[in-house]
Write a protein that binds this ligand. Structure first.
Ligand SMILES: [Zn+2]
Length: 170
């Protein structure tokens, strides 16, 4: 099964970064998030795992979610869901800054996906940059939060991180 992957969409969990007890890397929180998404979708979509393909925990650990060949219902815009890879950074970046280790883990994951899937950096979107499928306007959500380090992250990925200059991308 193949699926065209043209965009990456970045989210936060809007929760604490871990479950606190025995959850130093957020793996138990990630499992709880997945169970919640499975409860919602499994009857309609057999094998559904998660609304995100990857999670990034507060120590920078990468957590596996929905298999890439499967659509993850992540951004409220069906055409973009169909072609996107969804990444969720654990934590609430509307209220707190991201730890450097978590940012570094996210950058490593993004560099890998951008290179492997030839996705231009201009198509790495914050959830809040995604236009609503209903109104056509972006900004219907604060996700991934006002303190999400978008500028630092984009600078680290570089303008040609997808192997092509941004001007070549419609
Ligand atoms: Zn989101």
């Amino acid at each position: 099964m193949t699926r065209r992957l043209t965009h990456i969409i970045l989210h936060h969990s809007a929760t604490e970064p871990t479950l606190r007890a025995n959850d130093p890397e957020g793996a138990r929180l990630w499992a709880a998030i997945q169970r919640y998404h499975q409860k919602r979708w499994r009857s309609e979509v057999p094998g559904y795992v998660c609304d995100y393909h990857f999670g990034v925990g507060p120590t920078g650990v990468i957590l596996a979610g929905q298999p890439l060949p499967m659509i993850a219902f992540n951004c409220g815009n069906a055409p973009l869901n169909a072609v996107s890879i969804a990444i969720c950074f654990l934590g609430d970046f509307q209220r707190a800054a991201m730890p450097r280790r978590q940012l570094d883990g996210g950058i490593t994951l993004l560099r890998l996906l951008i290179a492997r899937r030839r996705i231009p950096v201009v198509r790495v979107l914050l959830h809040r940059e995604v236009p609503s499928a209903v109104t056509g306007k972006a900004g219907f959500t604060a996700c991934p939060g006002r303190f999400f380090p978008a500028a630092v992250l984009r600078a680290a990925l570089g303008p040609a991180g997808g192997g092509r200059p941004a001007s070549m991308n419609a």
